[in-house]
Design a protein around this ligand. Structure first.
Ligand SMILES: [Fe+2]
Length: 249
C-alpha cells in the first residue's frame, strides 16, 4: 500500500519540518534548543500519524487471552524485525522499527551521531552504555573497551522520547521488545559509511575472560568490557513499506 496523502497538520510532517530547521550534517544546530525542538515534535507523534493505528490497537489488548486471535491477524508470524524507512538526507534520517515480542536488536553504536527514539506502541527494554574514554579519544573497535550502563529499564507507550548524545559518550544501546512494539528513530547525522559512520555490534566480554570481570564497584559504578562481534545469522531486519502519510518535502 503506498503512503497516504499529505496532511500539513500531521505530526510526522511537523516532525520533518522541525528536523529540517534544526538539524545539520553535523547534528543539531544548537546543542540545547534544536534538540529540544526535535524532541518536542517527536513527542507529538502517535501510531496513527505513521500508519500503525491497527497494530497499536491490537497491542493495547495484548495481555488479554481473548486477544490472541486478533494478534495473529494483525502481526506478522515471522520473527523478523521490520524497518520502515520514512526519510533520509545528509542531515538526518527518520525511520521506525516494528519489533515482534521478545525480539532483540543487539547492542550497537551510532558513532558521532545523536539518536532520538520514541516508543509508539507496546513496551521495550532499553539498555544504553557510555564509553569510559572521553568522546574525543581515538577509538579502536577491534579491542574490548570499558563502558558504563547509563540506562537500563522499560519504556512503555505512551512515553516521551529518549536521547543518546555523542558529546556525553552515550552512543551505544540495545533494545528488547517486551510486547510487539514500534520505535520511531531519528539519527542526526545519519549512518554513512563514506563518512566513517557505520553500525558495529557489541557484546559483553564473558566474565570467564580475565578482563571480563567488573572493573570498578566504587561509588555504585559498575564498568563492563564491550567487544565488537558479528550478530548471529538469525538476526534479521527486513525492510518494510512505509504506509503512513507522505511527507511534503
Ligand atoms: Fe540504535
Amino acid at each position: 500500500m503506498p503512503p497516504a496523502s499529505t496532511d500539513a497538520n500531521n505530526a510526522i510532517q511537523k516532525l520533518y519540518d522541525v528536523c529540517r530547521a534544526s538539524l545539520s550534517e553535523k547534528g543539531p544546530l544548537s546543542p540545547r534548543d534544536s534538540l529540544d525542538n526535535v524532541r518536542a515534535a517527536l513527542d507529538m507523534v502517535t501510531p496513527s500519524d505513521v500508519g500503525l493505528e491497527r497494530e497499536a490497537g491490537a497491542v493495547r489488548a495484548w495481555r488479554s487471552p481473548r486477544a490472541a486471535l486478533g494478534r495473529k491477524r494483525v502481526f506478522h508470524s515471522s520473527p523478523a524485525i521490520r524497518y520502515r524507512h520514512i526519510y533520509e538526507c545528509a542531515s538526518f534520517s527518520i525511520g521506525m522499527f516494528c519489533m515482534p515480542a521478545s525480539s532483540i536488536i543487539p547492542l550497537h553504536n551510532h558513532p558521532g551521531m545523536t539518536v532520538l527514539s520514541k516508543v509508539l506502541y507496546g513496551a521495550a527494554h532499553v539498555r544504553s552504555y557510555r564509553w569510559i574514554e572521553s568522546a574525543g579519544s581515538s577509538i579502536n573497535l577491534s579491542k574490548a573497551r570499558p563502558a558504563k550502563v547509563v540506562r537500563d529499564g522499560e519504556m512503555s507507550a505512551p512515553c516521551g522520547a529518549m536521547v543518546l548524545r555523542p558529546e556525553e559518550g552515550g552512543d551505544v544501546h540495545a533494545l528488547r521488545a517486551i510486547t510487539p512494539c514500534a520505535i520511531l528513530h531519528i539519527l542526526t547525522p545519519p549512518y554513512s559509511s563514506q563518512d566513517g559512520r557505520h553500525c558495529s555490534y557489541f557484546r559483553r566480554r564473558p566474565r570467564s575472560h580475565p578482563s571480563g570481570v567488573l572493573l570498578n564497584r566504587t561509588g555504585g559504578s559498575e564498568f563492563v568490557w564491550l567487544e565488537e562481534y558479528q550478530p548471529r545469522h538469525n538476526f534479521i531486519i527486513r525492510r518494510d513499506l512505509y504506509t503512513g502519510p507522505a511527507l511534503k518535502l
